[in-house]
Design a protein around this ligand. Sequence first.
Ligand code: G4P
Length: 195
Amino acid sequence: MEQLQRAIIERGSVLSDDVLKVDQFLNHQIDTNLMINIGREFVSRFQDSKITKVLTIESSGIAPSFMAANELDVPLVFARKKKSLTVTDYIYSSGVYSYTKQEMNNITVSKNYLSSDDHVLIIDDFLAHGNAALGLIDVVKQAGASVAGVGIVIEKSFQEGRKMLEREGHRVESLARIHSLEGSKVSFLEELATK
Ligand code: G4P
């Protein structure tokens, strides 16, 4: 997705060989026009699936997921990382380890918002090691629902997330696929393919 690649190049910054900072449009300040187009792109990529719900994880997954769910005209559910005061016992939960932050989060979703009738599109901002997506897939399975696929805004293709998801038979659609961040330079898989 060209608009996204341009945003990454022009407004992102490389913090290290494996971390890209995109606070300017995705992780802190949000570019709403870009999010609208990201939502449309997800919908066009999954148009052959009869999606009934979009599932993401707080907090940075919410903006792109909101736009996709709105385009699809289905509800958006976000998994919580912190215990909620109001959502207590009636929950699905899964342990998600964050390599980046080196912490364990127990993600939870109320049983009221996912059921065995649902065909779920999972969306997240980053795909790194795949743990967040695998945790969300686990929650979908606990509900007896099915996974339509995983939509990712920025995939770090040099980490093993995609492989982990595809190994379990899941379809992964990433709008930007980063081949490398080495030397403080972002290089995309798509541009390598056209060279
Ligand atoms: P994984 O979920 O694919 O296994 O990845 P990992 O454990 O490495 O990522 C944990 C958190 O760090 C996630 O955010 C993920 O989106 C974010 N992250 C991973 N790599 C990068 C990167 O290169 N740049 C940025 N900006 N973020 C990255 P989170 O903890 O869920 O945070 P948030 O959604 O509350 O912002």
